[in-house]
Design a protein around this ligand. Structure first.
Ligand code: CA
Length: 240
């Protein structure tokens, strides 16, 4: 009689490596590359947010010391919208730092340097735990007055009608959601979503926000999800 495997789950689709050291980042990407369909990489906080806005990684390997800030900032941002496993990778080996990271929502903590076999085992362990604890949904579902926004399935239903968002609109929405509660200026949005140097960013961002509001706001004339902060920019609100 054929034996049924005790547990079997598909290889993850996308893993994200956030590390500013070029050599280490490449090594980590190669090590994890055998375990998933694709490894995305980022070398700064801004790049990491951009990656998260474009893809839904199933696990994030996160360095703490990054050129534009501390990785713990991203950890807090991500924990608002997702419970995908986050493994913190750090040169700091002290107990206090580990406890602080675990308190902030990290699932595991690996001290550098770390061997390939150990890294793969830790990643596999986190993916297995995540697969068992929630079968499919790791990215948030936002519901408000007749609107349902599924960030994982990339699906928006507004008053019973499926809305079609462009890839740019998805990136813009996810970027706003990743910074929930905090205003982003048009310039910041431009850098995070479009990553271009030139262009009339103020107009560009405003037009896209208008389009996005028509698709995701219960009432586009009275925005409640993407609110305008006068003189600052736009802030995503999680409705209570
Ligand atoms: Ca670093």
């Amino acid at each position: 009689m054929a034996r049924t495997p005790i547990a079997e789950w598909p290889d993850p689709d996308t893993l994200l490596v956030v590390e500013d050291d070029d050599v280490l980042r490449e090594t980590l990407a190669l090590t994890l590359g055998t375990m998933c369909r694709q490894v995305r990489t980022a070398s700064s906080l801004a790049e990491a947010v951009r990656e998260c806005a474009h893809v839904s990684p199933e696990l994030v390997l996160l360095d703490l010391g990054l050129p534009d800030g501390d990785g713990s900032q991203l950890l807090q941002q991500l924990r608002v919208v997702t419970d995908v496993p986050i493994i913190v990778l750090s040169g700091r080996d002290d107990e206090d730092a580990k406890v602080a990271m675990l308190d902030a929502g990290a699932d595991d903590f690996i001290s550098k340097p770390c061997g390939a076999a150990e890294l793969q085992a830790r990643v596999r362990g986190q993916l297995r735990r995540a697969a068992m604890s929630h079968a499919s949904r790791a990215w948030s579902l936002i519901t408000v007055d007749g609107v349902e926004i599924d960030l994982q399935q990339q699906r928006v239903v507004r008053h019973g009608t499926l809305q079609r968002l462009t890839p740019t609109e998805w990136s813009l929405l996810r970027t706003l959601v990743l910074h929930v509660g905090r205003p982003l200026s048009p310039r910041q949005l431009w850098d995070l979503v479009w990553a271009r140097e030139f262009g009339d960013y103020a107009t560009h961002v405003r037009v896209h926000i208008t389009h996005l509001r028509r698709k995701i706001e219960p009432d586009a004339s009275m925005p409640r999800l993407i609110v305008t902060e006068p003189g600052v920019g736009y802030r995503f609100n999680v409705p209570l």
